[in-house]
Design a protein around this ligand. Sequence first.
Ligand SMILES: [Ca+2]
Ligand SMILES: [Ca+2]
Length: 153
Amino acid sequence: MTVQLSTNLGWMAAAIPSLADEPLSKNHPRGCLYVAARSESIGASMANQLKLLSLSCRKTEDATGMDDIFLRVNGVTRWSGRITDGQTVDITSIDTIVYGDDQDVRIELYERDVEGDDFLGFNSVSNYPAGVPFFLQYSLDEADYTIKATLLT
Ligand SMILES: [Ca+2]
Ligand SMILES: [Ca+2]
């Protein structure tokens, strides 16, 4: 639940500056209704294209040495690599993830070990505002990771 909450807060923070740039038209004098109608019309007209940009490690899961991370998108491993405290790695080699408006994308992070892999958490991405980078937090097992992502416009 903590992971989901931080995701929602990230969406709010990302959404506010972009929406603030939009002038309210005379046809939509009530801001709240305007925002709701706008996101609905975008959602109905096109599929979403999710691009994962980078993975940052503030704190590894393993007590010593580098973490051996793999990233799963809807149950399929799409990226793996080694990373340690303070590093950010580019993950743009992962193909753009295309999904419909009635779907969401489950992005899980694991740390590999011979005695069993450690699950670091998951985030579900649905309809974020396009063109505004957002952040997904992974903090199970005392690890601390962030994925930076964006929906392509
Ligand atoms: Ca581990
Ligand atoms: Ca390990």
